[in-house]
Design a protein around this ligand. Structure first.
Ligand SMILES: C[S@@+](CC[C@H](N)C(=O)[O-])C[C@H]1O[C@@H](n2cnc3c(N)ncnc32)[C@H](O)[C@@H]1O
Length: 277
């Protein structure tokens, strides 16, 4: 709150963050849903103030689970944000990942959400910058006036509102000494889609600055707030590595890669070579 009050009004193009989930993690001061709501009620008016018209706020949360009771945090976040009519919800993105705890008495949780709000009616959305490979890039129309031509957009397809991006577990290339990092690729997609080079990106719960790394590698500017000095120190080192070009990143490539036999033709040259997970 001390930092955000110093940020000039209408100066931030995109706030992207994942707040504490009130789950008794080492970094949390309050651990009830009321604490979660109170923290948001204090923060959101300041976020609205610093966001420029046409800018965006992306809030990444999962579920608060206590005594077997599951509460979807995006529901509480939405309630806090919708009090501001200038904030318009544009997408509720499902972030899905393959790994996590195996539950014995309910389905294992394999997704969290990102709420994307724009400030005002006008907003930028650079779809061409975040297109992903078609599953079958060589598929051609087999009838009609476009018969024989590629049926999909040769630049790739819209990544949709369901994102399959591996979460940062112990063997992930980006893993550092923080319990709840999100992948840089998740922030990177938001930054590329919603901002332009030189824009200012803000993360009020920056952890080890995954949003900051995404901002710097995409030539944007970054401000982050982190209370825990250990995480802030790791973040500083990592941001320097991002500037130097030596930071470790998982490339934004699909988790599922069709085999040569399944794919109808060659992957377009402008997409990176597929990784096998
Ligand atoms: C879910 S983690 C965010 C992790 C981050 N997305 C990353 O990839 O590293 C939330 C972070 O918020 C920090 N935090 C908690 N309360 C805070 C506050 N009032 N101001 C700044 N940071 C805070 C915690 O120390 C923790 O690192």
């Amino acid at each position: 709150m001390d930092l955000i009050k110093k940020i000039p009004s209408s100066s931030v193009a995109l706030t992207i963050t994942s707040p504490p989930y009130a789950m008794d993690k080492e970094y949390e001061s309050g651990n009830t849903l009321d604490d979660f709501v109170a923290a948001h009620e204090a923060l959101v008016p300041e976020l609205v103030r610093i966001t420029k018209d046409g800018g965006s706020i992306c809030w990444q949360v999962g579920y608060h689970v206590k005594d077997g009771i599951v509460t979807p945090l995006d529901f509480l976040v939405y309630e806090a944000f919708r009090k501001f009519p200038e904030l318009v919800l544009r997408n509720r993105i499902i972030w899905t990942f393959g790994h996590g705890l195996h539950c014995a008495n309910r389905f294992s949780g394999r997704h969290e959400t990102i709420l994307w709000f724009s400030k005002g009616d006008k907003f930028s959305f650079n779809l061409d910058d975040v297109r992903i490979p078609q599953k079958y890039p060589g598929k051609r129309a087999n009838r009609g006036p476009r018969k024989g031509e590629y049926s999909g957009n040769p630049k790739g397809k819209n990544p949709s509102d369901v994102w399959d991006i591996p979460n940062v577990k112990s063997n992930h290339v980006e893993k550092l000494d923080h319990p709840c990092q999100f992948p840089v690729g998740l922030a990177q997609r938001m930054i590329k889609a919603l901002t332009t080079p030189g824009d200012l990106i803000f993360d009020p719960f920056s952890g080890v600055a995954s949003s900051g790394v995404a901002a710097l590698v995409e030539n944007r500017r970054y401000i982050g707030a982190e209370l825990n000095p250990k995480y802030a120190e790791i973040a500083e080192t990592r941001l320097k590595e991002a500037v130097a070009g030596s930071v470790k990143l998982r490339p934004d490539v699909p988790v599922y890669v069709p085999t040569a036999g399944e794919a109808v033709a060659k992957r377009p040259a402008h997409f990176a070579a597929p990784l096998t997970e």
